[in-house]
Design a protein around this ligand. Structure first.
Ligand SMILES: [Zn+2]
Ligand SMILES: [Zn+2]
Length: 245
């Protein structure tokens, strides 16, 4: 399976170690036809961009750098965090509407805005490994939160479903299939990706294979994801960044 794009990478604007120019150069050196610059939304503790408007600055800078690489598309998006049980994302829609790509994901460390979300969503997710009953409750809460995001925003990709925060893969995949939202196979982290690929196959959801690179040398590092998807015989035409020829 040949992958022509890596839609999920981070730069020094959030918690990545490479500059915007370094990520774009790395993507071009890998021969990618498209790269997504998707820094974290502003509410992630220690990982987010300084302010929502930072994404507009990234867009301007990326447009200048992209002129040097006419063969490649540079997409500027965001990896937002789901910050409430009903699926609110940590970026205003006015900014989201100016982006090329919207990724939404569950991240355990962010600043909750409402006490109810802190008590029933943020804090229990930090302890989900502790008890089976908590794990099941949180899996349900997390799934509903992501479904809320997909229903309220035009989400292109759900980042790393199942990483640290459990989800009901079948339920999520069914909703994604109806909304043309891709589930991510993230090559930057270890978690139960097989369950996600199998659920996507059962429910007819699309996948995106992304690096989640926090260093330029990892941009386009997608081979392990391609291998997994091939091993499970997931159809290439349902992988949004796989080329069919
Ligand atoms: Zn993430
Ligand atoms: Zn990420």
């Amino acid at each position: 399976m040949r992958l022509f794009a890596d839609y999920h990478t981070h730069t020094t604007y959030s918690d990545g170690r490479g500059t915007l120019a370094e990520n774009i150069e790395a993507a071009a050196a890998r021969g990618l036809q498209a790269v997504g610059i998707t820094d974290h939304g502003p509410k992630g503790i220690g990982i987010g961009v300084a302010a929502p408007e930072t994404f507009l600055a990234i867009k301007e800078e990326a447009a200048r750098i992209a002129l040097r690489f006419p063969e490649m598309r540079v997409l500027v998006g965001a990896e937002t965090s789901v910050i409430s049980r009903d699926g609110r994302l940590d970026l205003p829609e006015a900014v989201i509407n100016k982006l090329d790509l919207l990724i939404a994901g569950l991240h355990p460390y962010y600043i909750p805005e409402k006490l109810g979300d802190a008590v029933h969503y943020t804090l229990p997710n930090l302890f989900v490994r502790a008890r089976r009953s908590v794990w099941e409750k949180m899996r349900n809460t997390n799934t509903k939160a992501l479904i809320g995001s997909i229903s309220s925003y035009d989400v292109d990709i759900i980042s790393h479903p199942n990483l640290m925060m459990p989800v009901d893969a079948d339920e999520l995949a069914s909703v994604c299939a109806g909304c043309e939202t891709a589930l991510e196979v993230n090559t930057g982290h270890n978690y139960n990706k097989e369950e996600i690929v199998r659920a996507a196959a059962r429910k007819g959801a699309m996948l995106a294979i992304n690096s989640d690179a926090h260093y330029p040398h990892r941009v386009g590092d997608l081979a392990s994801g391609a291998e997994l998807v091939e091993r499970l015989r997931f159809p290439a035409e349902m992988v949004i960044n796989a080329s069919l020829n």
